[in-house]
Design a protein around this ligand. Structure first.
Ligand code: C5P
Length: 262
């Protein structure tokens, strides 16, 4: 069980000098598990949130849910008392991304995502916009290369290097432009730590407990492996939300992550 007092929505980050979110992400006591609430049903999301909240450090809401229910949906999830990760993977011209960030700041997310491929001006604009949230501002995370893009697909979009090379290029770009951290696969954690040090908050999806079907995630990692590799947070969706008892599934995964220092 997470033994820290549940931080309120928007209380997920604190005292953020550059890199401050990174430090905060690692110092907060309790579970390193983020549960992805991927559904279009408010009642379902709220039920999952209530079931997993004692054992997760954060709840993740993505495009599917947010486009269907917006602020009202987010408030319904927030009642579970966990900080929210608003995973919208924003990607547009800098002015529009900054406006989108400002639009969601009043909802008090603890983390927000943008695509690093939007370029340094866009990531920088997002950073300046999150700073409008003051001391409790969200941590700004950058997505590098979607795991659904393989080398051939990247090549078709005009990217000549392989996924590894592109991940590293975009990670450097995003961190230099003001991101607090990165969303990455567990297989990328070591190389990102080597290249960028301990500063970035590394948030790792694609997690499957040993013995659970991989679903559409091509390369998966167990919670223990991801934490041992140096992840700050692991993101788990369907292995928890699709379980007969989501609360128990979250408890088991959080315990496994914690055994590895999570
Ligand atoms: O259900 P599952 O555990 O596969 O959910 C993973 C979550 O992490 C989803 O919400 C998905 O959008 C997100 N994800 C991501 N980046 C990836 C892979 C998954 O943000 N590369």
């Amino acid at each position: 069980m997470a033994d820290d007092p549940a931080p309120g929505v928007g209380a997920g980050t604190d005292g953020l000098a550059p890199g401050g979110a990174a430090a905060q992400g690692r110092e907060a006591p309790g579970s390193r598990l983020i549960v992805a609430l991927d559904t279009t049903e408010v009642e379902v999301a709220a039920r999952w949130a209530g079931a997993v909240s004692p054992d997760c450090g954060m709840l993740k809401v993505g495009l599917e849910f947010f486009l269907a229910h917006g602020a009202a949906g987010l408030r319904a999830v927030a009642r579970a008392g966990r900080p929210l990760f608003l995973d919208l993977k924003l990607h547009d011209i800098p002015n529009t991304v900054a406006g989108a960030v400002r639009a969601v700041l009043p909802l008090g997310p603890a983390m927000l995502t943008v695509h690093a491929a939007g370029g340094p001006a866009m990531v920088g604009a997002a950073r300046r916009a999150v700073e409008g949230g003051g001391a409790g501002r969200p941590a700004l995370l950058a997505v590098t290369v979607l795991t659904s893009l393989d080398a051939a697909t990247l090549h078709a979009t005009g990217v000549s290097g392989g996924p590894r090379q592109q991940v590293l290029r975009l990670a450097r770009l995003a961190m230099a432009a003001g991101a607090d951290g990165l969303v990455c696969s567990a297989h990328e954690v070591a190389v990102l730590r080597d290249a960028l040090g301990s500063g970035p908050v590394l948030v790792v999806p694609g997690i499957r407990p040993a013995g659970v079907a991989a679903g559409d995630q091509a390369r998966t990692t167990t919670p223990a492996q991801a934490m041992a590799a140096g992840a700050d947070w692991i993101v788990v969706g369907r292995p928890i939300t699709g379980a007969a008892d989501p609360g128990q599934a979250a408890r088991d995964i959080a315990a496994e992550a914690r055994r590895q220092g999570g």
